[in-house]
Design a protein around this ligand. Structure first.
Ligand SMILES: Nc1ncnc2c1ncn2[C@@H]1O[C@H](COP(=O)(O)OP(=O)(O)O)[C@@H](O)[C@H]1O
Ligand SMILES: [Mg+2]
Length: 245
């Protein structure tokens, strides 16, 4: 069997579950309600990829780069040095669009479409290996379902053809609104959620991996926590998962 190269996720123990990390050159969808840790997922992936010497790009539709960098630094993932040495770039779609059209403010700039991403994907430098998009949901607002699906598929096709290992973050509201079709087009999906733990009776964080092509996955709910060190996987009933090494 041909084995798939992996890119570490930056989350201890998730790599172990994914046989080493995200499948190289493919796109994985991360979905969840606000506050489930989607942006932190992206930050940890970028930090890990940067420390491994990979060239990375984050496309942000909501938070401006300064906020993302601050958020990362507070959690102990200082991306600043990688911005300085140009290993990482963060592009804010709204700012780029405003600059492109010569418009610097105004309501029409809020209308970020996946067309913007598609136009932009042709300009991503060849040496970018890792791409994080936070949040694709913004690009689906007000779009017809078929148009969104077609454009998302075109975008993902290009990313995969260009061999970028990518994380596509999608907020739960937009994901529901688009009938969860993004799950059909991506190579894998990780759903982040908050629900009652039947063992403890407490509301806790769980992730579920319904799909990861080329990867043997267990279909269990994985308990996780967000701490000062970012996302940590827990073993059943709140104990830390056994360390990787
Ligand atoms: N140092 C920390 N300790 C505990 N939880 C944290 C810490 N930093 C962030 N969080 C949690 O992470 C959440 C934000 O994660 P984020 O990735 O921005 O969510 P999303 O992008 O899914 O909206 C916060 O609501 C908070 O619960
Ligand atoms: Mg976020």
């Amino acid at each position: 069997m041909v084995s798939i190269n992996r890119v570490p996720t930056g989350i201890a123990n998730l790599d172990k579950r994914l046989q080493g990390g995200y499948p190289e050159g493919e796109a994985v969808l991360i979905t969840g309600e606000p506050g489930t840790g989607k942006t932190i997922f992206g930050i940890q992936f970028l930090y890990s990829a940067c420390t491994d010497g990979r060239k990375c790009l984050m496309i942000a539709t909501e938070e401006v780069p300064e906020k993302i960098l601050n958020h990362a630094k507070i959690l102990g993932f200082d991306l600043g040095p990688y911005i300085e040495n140009q290993q990482l770039s963060i592009m804010h779609l709204l700012e780029m669009r405003a600059a492109d059209s010569g418009v610097h403010s105004g309501a029409e700039c809020m209308d970020i479409r996946i067309d913007d991403l598609n136009n932009f994907s042709h300009m991503i430098a060849d040496d970018i290996e890792v791409v994080v998009i936070d949040n694709m949901g913004t690009c689906s607002i007000g779009m017809e379902l078929k148009a969104f699906r077609d454009k998302l598929e075109a975008f993902l096709y290009l990313l995969s053809k260009q061999q970028r290992t990518s994380i596509i973050i999608m907020d739960e509201t937009a994901h529901e609104y688009t009938h969860r079709i993004a799950e059909y087009s991506t190579y894998g999906t990780i759903r982040l959620m908050v629900k009652e733990n039947p063992y403890t009776g407490k509301i806790e964080r769980f992730m579920y991996i319904p799909k990861m092509r080329g990867t043997r996955i267990l279909l269990d709910l994985i308990n996780y926590d967000i701490t000062d060190e970012g996302i940590t996987l827990l073993a059943a009933q709140g104990k830390k998962d056994k360390p990787d090494r």
